[in-house]
Design a protein around this ligand. Structure first.
Ligand code: HMG
Ligand code: MG
Length: 297
């Protein structure tokens, strides 16, 4: 089995979308500059959602225009609808991510639309993206539980993931948005999706609410997944997912991966230093145990 794991760094978007205090545009640009020097190949830069819904990322265009896009690194952005796609394209974005959920109530709370309605919204985006040569990633949220509905049937996760893939998303990220999953459940969910879609088109996205994220990732690696989403310093959470803690910290994921003999191409001390820099800018300690441990050595 291939031992290379691609980390999709979502800190600048999923991390910063949930900050209570505004983060300066210049700091967002600096964060992406530092991340770009760590060996990461994918850095989700920002989100062209409604600024009324997520004011934290209202400066998406300025951020995207302010970053130096290094060769060999993809800088996707989140778009919820064609308006977001237009705004992204206007500043030269060449990879986007669309997002829906496996839970109807969560999707309504997050995007003011039902699941099928949001899939219908994505159809013209995917059509235009194909014509524009823009890559599209798809997210499915609440794959292991919903803050409003509780249990989410695996069959719904499979249905939504399959629909996004059939529409043309090159990769589907399966998100435990509120971090309630445990390893066997996570692995079973991935197994069910991988029965319908190629494993090479799947990614996992864990939040660490109950401290299970690394164990879940390890279980999903055993199942064969080779793309993992994470956020430097464990930043973030979803503003529409009550009680959800931060994303799993990229530094901790990289420490795990290198420790079990996987390759990432990432310079762990450099990533950890970036995580500590971000935490200091946000006025707190890094949310990564690896980041803390490396600072002490
Ligand atoms: P809506 O209010 O139903 O939108 O929101 P609308 O189409 O009725 O438009 C209302 C107003 O918003 C209009 O302005 C539009 O122009 C404007 P007005 O005429 O009233 O002045 N508008 C926009 N402005 C800028 N950019 C846009 C845009 N769209 C509309 N793209 C909408 C629907 C989907 C837009 C809204 O609900 C939204 O933006 N939601 C995003 C919420 C969000 O970003 N959540 C976090 C990301 S998902 C997540 O974190 C999970 C994930 O990380 C995976 C995981 O962790 O599991 C992916
Ligand atoms: Mg997330």
């Amino acid at each position: 089995m291939d031992d290379f794991v691609r980390i999709v760094e979502v800190g600048p978007r999923d991390g910063l979308q949930n900050e209570a205090h505004p983060v300066a545009t210049a700091d967002k640009i600096e964060l992406i500059r530092q991340l770009s020097l760590t060996g990461l190949r994918t850095i989700e830069a920002t989100s062209f959602v409604s600024p009324r819904w997520v004011p934290q990322l209202a400066d998406a265009a300025e951020v995207y225009q302010g970053i130096d896009r290094l060769p060999g690194i993809a800088y996707p952005v989140l778009v919820p609808n064609e308006q977001g796609y237009d705004r992204a394209r206007a500043v030269g974005v060449d990879e986007v991510a669309v997002f829906t959920a496996a839970s109807e109530t969560f999707n309504r709370t997050n995007t003011n639309a039902g699941i099928d309605e949001s899939l219908a919204r994505f159809a013209p985006i995917l059509e235009r993206a194909r014509a524009d040569g823009v890559k599209v990633r798809g997210y499915v949220s609440t794959v292991l539980g919903c803050p409003y509905q509780g249990e989410v049937p695996v069959s719904e996760v499979v249905r939504v993931a399959t629909a996004l893939y059939a529409m043309g998303c090159y990769e589907i990220s399966l998100g435990d948005t509120i971090g309630v999953g445990t390893p066997r459940k996570a692995r079973a969910m991935l197994h069910a999706v991988a029965a319908e879609l190629p494993m090479s088109a799947l990614a996992v996205h864990f939040h660490d609410t109950y401290g299970q994220a690394l164990a879940n990732i390890d279980a999903c690696l055993d199942e064969g997944v080779r793309v993992v989403d994470s956020a430097v310093s464990g930043a973030g959470g979803c503003p529409y997912a009550k009680g959800a803690s931060g994303n799993v910290a990229s530094e901790d994921v990289v420490y795990l991966l290198h420790g079990i003999g996987m390759r990432t191409g990432i310079d762990l001390p450099a990533l950890a230093a970036t995580g500590r820099w971000l935490a200091a800018r946000l006025g707190r300690d890094t949310g990564s145990k690896t980041g803390k441990a490396l600072a002490a050595t």
